[in-house]
Design a protein. Structure first.
Length: 72
């Protein structure tokens, strides 16, 4: 069994072998610069070489969906 130190509500430290009730923190998985650039490019509209507009809602929806997929 693995021993670990816990702190009770009064601030006292104890050694225990009880399993932790808390999930270990997972490392955040983000997007690469290339992925962000592709998302923005896919949502930016051009005419005759000029940027007309970028669909911000499209960008934010794709970013949110990718991050949720990678981190849940």
């Amino acid at each position: 069994m693995t021993e670990r130190i816990v702190t009770d509500v009064n601030g006292r430290k104890h050694i225990t072998t009880e399993p932790s009730r808390h999930q270990p923190k997972r490392e955040w998985v983000g997007l690469t610069d290339e992925e962000v650039e592709k998302i923005v490019d896919d949502n930016t509209h051009y005419r005759e070489g000029y940027q007309l507009w970028c669909n911000g809602m499209g960008v934010s929806s794709l970013v949110e969906a990718l991050l949720k997929e990678r981190n849940t």
